[in-house]
Design a protein around this ligand. Structure first.
Ligand code: TYD
Length: 203
């Protein structure tokens, strides 16, 4: 049987990375083979593109195209082969991030992004997307306390406000696959929610 495809999304500082291990463990305890990956990245070429994307400034559409170039490789080399052999794929970000950051944050045309999505993914979409949502203030405070910021993490309050709104719009557009998680609570409480969602999904 084909595996399930799960994506994790949220603004920088929303806390999704803190829950990846919990997600993987919850699935593995049910005997599921899990392939954990991330975007941009996930393949040798994708990780090289990630370096450029996170540290070089570039035109917003160049950024969008490189995100999808990395994604094309990721789907071909890693995601589809894993799903086809029955493994589940957990990806730290996928295309919703392009709609949030490149369309919402940078203003890339939504129709152009939809064309890239159709071209690169055809009918591939995540079966489940966990969207970690926090107020912009929380995200900005957490980033200020964290390690050296990358290109995206140095952006303004206004940029993050647009990203949050674009993510929430995507969640409204695809309610069947999105689960909204309030990330503005204690880590253990958010973690309990994550376990609950994953347990129900993997039943
Ligand atoms: P992130 O996933 O937050 O990794 P880390 O926790 O190591 O910082 O970093 C990836 C960055 O790439 C993040 O700021 C969002 C950005 N991004 C886009 O702008 N568009 C995309 O399509 C993807 C996948 C990521």
């Amino acid at each position: 049987m084909r595996g399930k495809f799960i994506s994790l999304e949220g603004m920088d500082g929303a806390g999704k990375s803190s829950h990846i291990d919990t997600i993987i463990t919850t699935l593995e305890r049910r005997g599921i083979e899990v392939v954990s990956t991330r975007e941009p990245g996930g393949t040798g070429l994708g990780e090289k593109l990630r370096e450029l994307l996170l540290h070089e400034s570039m035109h917003a559409e160049t950024e969008a195209l490189l995100m999808f170039a990395a994604r094309r490789e990721h789907i071909a080399q890693l995601i589809l082969p894993a799903l086809e052999r029955g493994a589940w794929v957990v990806s730290d970000r996928f295309t919703d991030a392009s709609f949030a950051y490149q369309c919402g944050g940078r203003g890339v045309d939504h129709n152009k992004m939809a064309i890239l999505e159709q071209w690169v993914q055809q009918d591939l979409q995540p079966d489940l997307t966990l969207l970690f949502d926090v107020p912009v203030e929380t995200s900005v405070q957490r980033l200020a306390a964290a390690r050296t910021p990358d290109k995206f993490e140095r952006e303004s309050h206004e940029f993050f406000r647009k990203i949050r709104n674009a993510y929430l719009d995507r969640a409204k557009e695809f309610p069947h696959r999105f689960r909204l998680i309030d990330g503005n609570r204690a880590l253990e409480i958010v973690s309990a929610d994550v376990v609950e969602i994953m347990s129900t999904f993997a039943r």
